[in-house]
Design a protein around this ligand. Structure first.
Ligand code: PBG
Length: 328
C-alpha cells in the first residue's frame, strides 16, 4: 500500500518556511548575475544620460562609469557586460576595434581599478556602423563572411585591453570559430567565449536600441537573427557554436524563450546563460510605475523562473537592484 509523503500531509511543506527552504530546488544568487552597462564616448567624462525607455538605466561617460562601479561593487557585483556608444560611426565600424575606442578605454581603466571584477564585452558592430547593422553591408545586404574578420579584430582588441571574456552577439555564422582562432593565435587561449548562440529576432530589444543608438536605418535583423517560431534550430545553433569553441552559450531574450532554455538544459552539459533583455526590463518597470504590480516580487519571480528553466548565468538590468535587496 502507498503512503503519502509526510511533507504533503496537511500541506506542512507549504506552511513551514524552514522545511520549505530545505527542499527548495532553485535560488537566485549574487554570483549568477551580470549587470550590463552602456559606456558612451563623450567630451565630458562625467557625463550621465538617462534612457527614457529604460527607467533607472543610464549611459555613462568613462569617469562616471568608474565612479558608479565604485559605489555598487560593495553590493557584491561580480560581473559586468559592456556596450559601447562611439562618437563616430562609419561603414566599417572602425571604432569597434580601434585601440582608443570607447570600450578599449573603459576596459583599461576598469581593469586597473577593479582587478577582481569580471569584465565581459559584447562583441558586435551595430553600435559602430552608420547603418546600424551587425555586419558589413554591400548592395543592401549584410555580408556574413567578410564580417568575420572585423568581429575577430574587435574581440582581440577587447582582450588586449583587459576583457576577461568576450560575448559575440552579431549572429554571423562562423564567428565563434573565427574569434577563437584569432585569440589562440595571439596567446589568449585561456580567454573564454560566451556565445549569443540562440538570439532571436525579437521585438523585446526595442529599448536597448534607444539606449545604444543602434537601430538599423533600413531593413531589420531577421536575415541573421533567429525566427521566434523555431525551437529545434536553437539546438543546432548551440551544437555548432560548441564545435567552434564556445565555452558558454546564451539564450536571448529569456522569459519568452524559457521552453528553449529548458530544452537546451536537457541536451547540453555546457554552462548556459540567459539574457533578460531591455524590453523585459522595461515592461516590469512600466507596470510598476503605474502601481499595477509589486516590482520586487515580480523581479524575483522572473529571475527565479530563468534559473529554474536551466540558466547558470543571468544577464539582467535588474542585477544592481537585486544585489541591493539581497545585501540589505
Ligand atoms: C547587439 C545587441 C543587442 C542586444 C544585445 N546586443 C541588440 C540587437 O541585436 O538588436 C539587445 C539587448 C537588450 O535588448 O537588452 N547586436
Amino acid at each position: 500500500m502507498g503512503y503519502k509523503p509526510a511533507f504533503y500531509r496537511g500541506r506542512r511543506l507549504r506552511r513551514d518556511y524552514g522545511l520549505r527552504e530545505l527542499v527548495r530546488e532553485t535560488d537566485v544568487r549574487p554570483q549568477d548575475l551580470i549587470q550590463p552597462y552602456f559606456v558612451r564616448e563623450h567630451e565630458d567624462p562625467d557625463y550621465q544620460g538617462s534612457i527614457p525607455s529604460m527607467p533607472g538605466q543610464k549611459q555613462f561617460g568613462l569617469q562616471a562609469l568608474e565612479d558608479h562601479l565604485r559605489q555598487v561593487l560593495p553590493l557584491g557585483l561580480r560581473g559586468i557586460i559592456l556596450f559601447g556608444i562611439p562618437q563616430y560611426k562609419d561603414e566599417r565600424a572602425t571604432q569597434a576595434y580601434a585601440e582608443d575606442g570607447i570600450i578599449q578605454q573603459a576596459l583599461r581603466k576598469i581593469k586597473a581599478d577593479f582587478p577582481d571584477l569580471v569584465l565581459i564585452t559584447d562583441v558586435c558592430l551595430c553600435e559602430y556602423m552608420s547603418h546600424g547593422h551587425c555586419g558589413l553591408v554591400e548592395n543592401g545586404r549584410v555580408m556574413n563572411d567578410s564580417t568575420l574578420e572585423l568581429l575577430a579584430l574587435t574581440a582581440l582588441s577587447h582582450v588586449q585591453a583587459g576583457a576577461d571574456m568576450v560575448a559575440p552577439s552579431d549572429m554571423m555564422d562562423g564567428r565563434v570559430g573565427a574569434i577563437r582562432q584569432v585569440l589562440d593565435q595571439n596567446g589568449f587561449a585561456d580567454i573564454p567565449l560566451m556565445s549569443y548562440a540562440v538570439k532571436y529576432a525579437s521585438s523585446f530589444y526595442g529599448p536597448f536600441r534607444d539606449a545604444a543608438q543602434s537601430a538599423p536605418v533600413f531593413g531589420d535583423r531577421k536575415t541573421y537573427q533567429m525566427d521566434p517560431a523555431n525551437a529545434n534550430e536553437a539546438i543546432r545553433e548551440v551544437q555548432a557554436d560548441i564545435e567552434e569553441g564556445a565555452d558558454i552559450c546564451m539564450v536571448k531574450p529569456a522569459i519568452p524563450y524559457l521552453d528553449v532554455l529548458a530544452a537546451l538544459r536537457r541536451q547540453v552539459s555546457f554552462p548556459l546563460a540567459a539574457y533578460h533583455v531591455s524590453g523585459e526590463y522595461s515592461l516590469i518597470k512600466a507596470a510598476a510605475e503605474k502601481g499595477w504590480i509589486d516590482e520586487q516580487a515580480v523581479v524575483h519571480e522572473s529571475l527565479l523562473s530563468i534559473k529554474r528553466a536551466g540558466a547558470d548565468i543571468i544577464i539582467s538590468y535588474f542585477t544592481e537592484q537585486v544585489l541591493e535587496l539581497l545585501s540589505s
